[in-house]
Design a protein around this ligand. Sequence first.
Ligand code: HAS
Length: 561
Amino acid sequence: MQGTNFTVDRTHRWAALVLVVVATTLLVLGIYHGLLQVLYRAGWIRAASFLGLDYYQGLTLHGVVNAIVYTTFFEVAFGYVVITHFLRVPLDARVTSLAVGLMLVGTVMAAVPILLGQASVLYTFYPPLKASPWFYLGASLLVIGSWIPFFQWIAAYLRWRRLHPDRDTPLAVVGMLATFTVWLIATIPLAVEVLVLLLPWSLGWTASVDVVLARTLFWFFGHPLVYFWLLPAYVMYYVMVPPLVGGKLFSDKAARLAFLLFIVFSAPVGLHHQYADPGVSSSYKWLHGIFTFCVAIPSFITAFTVAASLEHGARQNGGQGLFGWWAKLPYLDEQRYLFAYAFPGLVLFLFGGITGIVNASVTMNNVVHNTAWVPGHFHTTLGGPVFLAFLGLSLWMLTELGGKPLRLPRWNVVVPYLWAAGVILFSIGLSVAGILGEPRRTNLALSYSNPESPLFQRHWELWTQLGAVGGVLMTAAMVIYFAVFFSTLLAPAQQVAELRFPTAEPLRHESLGATRNFTPWVVVAIIFLIIAYAPPLVEVLGGNTVPSPPYHPFSPVPLTK
Ligand code: HAS
């Protein structure tokens, strides 16, 4: 791997390693419950869990661990690595320890009520589903813990700028600062939802909750959240992948523009999750729909820029012809395994992008909303480029920061392809079933998938079975991944820990213009947020929706004919 060497200071090396190891350990639980979900939906097992959890508990654990805890822990770890490596400005070790401590304590506080069955509210925790106050407090601590690093990084960045007024900000730093700007924007409405609506309600201080307001605040958070997940994968694609394929980044300016456009467009789109909700006028939904098509633009820019960088690298290695250069990419190279964790993710995201654009269209959304199509979509986005990038980069951090030799390297490069094959089958199964009307988040095994039930739907059967085959392949990939990760973790350190960060050089010099500076993009983002959210929030606040009492999900008694 080409790149500059830098030994990360001890505190940040340990902080990143602790976060990555804890996240991957919890992931074992998240993956296990994913497998149980898909087998249970297909009717291959009768109980949704072998650990005594019911259907909604297992689904909550699966979503919270995989989508919230694993991603946040990973991103803070990766952020520390990027910022310390590229800026080389010292960060206060005590503040870092506080941040990591809060994230760990918050996670335990949220996990216990889930395991006790007192927080079966799924990862979206929509009211009127009600959780124990400990769940909301724990989630708040996790979020506060993840804000602290961002404030450290902003201070470090401003200091770096003063020291190097003429230098362009390293691209990876632009990417991670954009990631956490999106996170900060997203988590402010979340904090309002949790601290003003849900926590007092859960503590019994208020009797009911405004469901429409809570959902609007949640999706104000929920869609920028998906770009918080995506952007570290884009850092990998733009910064690390070009040198891995022996080439250069096709356009540094396009990469910066993509990151900055996410700051502008990632948030004013949340109502596209609420097209079917009453209480919000259709004109605002329409406006959010337009913004949603805009937020696809930086991903289109990424598709072309990354494809051009791959082609450039492959041609440097002797690739020729219109398609012949594809053969020169290092698909199964054990040394450059990060490429294997990038490429299938990019392919999956072609499907994730198309299905996302289907979702964004109001009329087509009516067909797929709340059906199995939606998990079909997000396993090719969150479960595709994002998850594969995080898996590969976690392993990379473990070896680079821990000074550990990679174990089972041949098995390791198989993992992303096996996972992607599983995701494709899983997503085809769920997407087709969704178009045929199969609901998501429903205890199917007791109703629609149960031949004994009057609700039984035979035409979904084939597709749920296909989804289950995909789920088994995904689990097999993860069993191999865990074997690689934990055997590497347990191997004795053999080298001085030093960071070899593959870092792309731009193909040509470009004048960066407005992409040199964050401020105008943040200002435009705030203006768009006010335009997109002030009127619907005023409408919801002054509306005539009736507050709801709490509701606890339950596993219904099997229906019989
Ligand atoms: Fe989404 C629902 C719209 C992207 C995640 N989304 C969800 C949910 C999740 C999620 C978790 O408009 C469910 C939430 C829930 O629980 O209810 N989504 C979009 C749109 C995009 C999009 C327009 N989503 C994502 C990403 C996610 C994610 C990214 C996670 C990381 N989504 C929606 C909508 C809903 C929704 C509605 C609500 C549905 C409902 O009714 O409930 C866009 O950002 C997508 C743009 C992407 C592209 C693709 C670019 C392609 C690239 C790959 C290039 C490949 C190369 C390799 C170079 C334009 C970059 C070449 C190789 C070859 C072989 C050719």
